[in-house]
Design a protein around this ligand. Structure first.
Ligand code: AMP
Ligand code: ZN
Length: 460
């Protein structure tokens, strides 16, 4: 059963045919590390994880690169506004390199907590300045760039067509050029490749054009070419990347080697909060830690994301998180029931479920459909370890670790109390065990002792 995916480049669902059938090459736009990732950003990486797992389920090996934008990136994608990294450095009274280091570690921690199957290559922009420099020089040599006093711009008028991904009409854009249009730019869609650093600019590198720093779009083009070649299979990112960032990546690659860098472009829709935008000013911007503090494990957030197809917006509410929490617990319970079941189930039945599951995930990663197949299997009237095994196989795509007990992702001090209590129980020291249980209850946790062990959950 072949895998079909929606390609933003052709605006069609297409059969996925890799360039090299032994190894699929993917590039994902990674985070700008100037603050904690919010749960909207995390949806983008859960989507990336989902794609990886579906490709692996189909038997493909992967070579996947994701960048970390640790060079200042302007507040707007279109080379405007304040530099995000510098702004954070001022806010936290640190230098931009410290900011980048701190939030890169925080991001990678979130990835681990969410059980994200990580790309084989994680590449930091600051470690690839030389690669970018070489890339930009070739664009200049090929005649696709021009220099102004302080900036080397990409000349979008040199392309047959700029805006193929979002079907931009460049003429219309020119006519409606913004008031603050940089007078040195030849066309409104031109963008910065290489920028002269002002004297007090902290992130700068000595280059062929003096002390400079790269434009944001350049890093993805230069690093994807380095690790994956001029043309690779799949490029992923959020919907907001379509109109500027990915158009500019395509423009740069055309200027560099005349080719569109990826055959398939996949974009994940936004997470909304209570039907609207997530923003600091609306006080509805949550991080993974915020969810954990309210008693939702990262797995619950993962489960919540399966309730909508990646190409549809998903609405975040705490009610929906409560449903996801219950659903995840039921799924784990269902798995256990089958694991300890004694019925026999015909091979044919299992095969039918496997076919339905594969057809759902291969239909452009239709996870809501895949979940409904899983529920049918969980509820199957006969209880058998063979079904438990099949659920575990499906879980290689879900990544929910249905065979693992809860208790993960609890705060360190709580884990320590649980550990001490387990020791007390092993020693049959019931007084101590009760004392520690009361301590957990006072901290707001529910403690349940079962045959399989102790489960501790936070009461909201
Ligand atoms: P940034 O760190 O701002 O470059 O964003 C990292 C990723 O998160 C990008 O792929 C964005 O497209 C994506 N993203 C940002 N906001 C949201 C959101 N509300 N829902 C889903 N993805 C988002
Ligand atoms: Zn990118």
């Amino acid at each position: 059963m072949s895998l079909r995916i929606y390609n933003s480049l052709t605006r069609k669902k297409e059969e996925f045919v890799p360039i090299d059938e032994k190894e699929v090459r993917i590039y994902s736009c990674g985070p700008t590390v100037y603050y904690f990732a919010h749960i909207g950003n995390l949806r983008a990486y859960l989507f990336m994880d989902n794609l990886r797992r579906v490709l692996k389920y189909n038997g493909y090996n992967l070579k996947h690169a994701m960048n970390i934008t640790d060079v200042g990136h302007l507040v707007s994608d279109a080379d405007e506004g304040e530099d995000k990294m510098l702004k954070a450095a001022r806010r936290e009274n640190k230098n931009p390199f410290e900011i980048a280091q701190f939030y890169t570690t925080a991001f990678l921690n979130d990835m681990k907590k969410l059980n994200i199957d990580m790309p084989e290559i994680i590449c930091k922009a600051t470690e690839h300045i030389d690669v970018m420099e070489e890339y930009v020089q070739k664009i200049i040599e090929n005649g696709y760039a021009y220099k102004t006093k302080n900036t080397i711009y990409f000349d979008t008028s040199k392309l047959d067509k700029y805006g193929i991904l979002s079907n931009h009409n460049t003429d219309e854009q020119k006519a409606g050029a913004r008031v603050d249009f940089d007078s040195e730019k030849k066309n409104s869609t031109d963008f910065a490749l290489w920028i002269k650093a002002p004297e007090n600019h902290l992130m700068k590198w000595n280059s062929f054009w003096g002390e400079c720093y790269p434009g944001w779009h350049l890093e993805c083009s230069a690093m994807s070419r380095k690790y994956l070649g001029e043309v690779f299979d799949i490029h992923t990112g959020g919907m907001d990347h379509i109109s500027i960032h990915h158009e500019n990546e395509i423009a740069q690659a055309k200027g560099y080697c005349g080719k569109i860098p990826a055959n398939y472009w996949m974009h994940v829709e936004f997470l909304q909060v209570n039907g609207g935008k997530m923003s600091k000013s609306l006080n509805n911007l949550y991080t993974l830690k915020d969810l954990e503090d309210r008693g939702y494990s990262p797995d619950v957030y993962r489960m919540f994301n399966f309730s909508s197809h990646y190409k549809k917006p998903i609405n975040f509410t705490f009610e929906a998180m409560d449903s996801a929490k219950i659903a995840l617990a039921r799924l784990k319970e269902g798995y256990k029931k089958h694991l300890t079941g004694t019925d026999t189930v015909e091979e044919k039945v299992i095969q039918e479920f496997e076919e339905k599951f594969l057809s759902a995930i291969n239909d452009d990663l239709n996870m809501p459909q895949a979940l409904s197949v899983i529920w049918d299997l969980v509820k199957y009237e006969k209880k058998s370890p063979a079904i438990a095994q099949t659920l575990l196989k499906f879980d290689s795509v879900l990544g929910l670790q249905i065979d693992k007990e809860e208790n993960m992702n609890l705060p360190e001090d709580v884990l320590e109390i649980i550990k001490q209590r387990n020791i007390a129980r092993e020693n049959k020291d019931w007084n101590k065990s009760d004392e520690l249980r009361d301590k957990l209850i006072n901290l707001g946790y529910t403690v349940k002792d079962t045959k399989e062990g102790t489960s501790v959950t936070f009461n909201k």
